[in-house]
Design a protein around this ligand. Sequence first.
Ligand code: NAD
Length: 302
Amino acid sequence: TPPRVAFLGLGHMGGPMAVNLVQAGVPVTGFDVVPAALDVARKNGITVADSPQEAVRDAQVVITMFPSGQHVKAAYTGADGAEGLLAAAPAGATFLDCSTINISEAQEVATLAKEAGFKAADAPVSGGVVGAQAGTLAFMVGAPDDVYQEIYPLLDIMGARIVHCGDNGMGQAAKICNNMILGISMVAVSEAFVLAEKLGLEHQAMYDVVSKASGQCWALTTNCPVPGPVPTSPANNDYQPGFGGALMSKDLNLAVTAIEQTGVDAQMGQLAAEIYKKFSDGEGARQDFSGIINTIREDSGN
Ligand code: NAD
């Protein structure tokens, strides 16, 4: 029999993830601070709780899908005098955080959970809202082996690719390293296209060479920042996300925190974080992250 799940944070990602669990026969009690999210959840067969404490009272697995680490820590420990999830959950429960948060915060909340007698895992995702709806997310898991084995069947319902990356925090580490490469490579591909424009080299000609040469990467061949060469890329749809500029900025900030905490000389990662912060503070707030090419083009006088 599947475990009783409490699902907190029923937003863009958590909402459809919880629905997939219910549709696979997992009993899910949900909670979100936004009433509209609860209405959608109720319509989809999720049992809606009146409070986070009530949601976890009977849970065997407590899943959180919040915007940031502060939300996770506040929920676990209780904010503004409220009882935290760690105080409200029954003995033996497993805390599974799927939010994308700082590696150090992930390790901190896992330690808090363990000190309170619980098991803990971080399992951030990639694949976006489309992947959450389709149940095809990629999960990067940081947990001890026994906890990984326990949560695997749930992740398998919500995802299509699950990688055990190591102990607590290593799921976040894998996610943040990947997205640092992605942010840097999207800037690189965009700069190359703008340079090509200045030089009089056609987009398609550059694409035909680079996509089969050593510059090949996902930012070029799947999420190509110019319309044309890859018809399904957001550039062909007025840069509608896709993967939003604000989310890329968030993930690069998490990378910068890790870079600073470890003292790594990662100049490209730090520069990409600055570039995406400016982008997401401005027109990038509602655009796919590949829209960075338009900023580069404007700043180049093209
Ligand atoms: P979202 O803002 O749509 O959803 C977060 C939800 O948490 C909101 O509905 C909010 O009301 C709720 N919430 C906040 N505090 C709460 C609390 N104390 N109790 C109950 N509910 C609370 O965000 P999202 O797009 O679903 O992203 C969630 C996480 O997944 C983020 O960490 C994000 O970086 C990561 N992520 C998002 C995407 C994406 O494409 N959206 C892709 C990969 C990873």
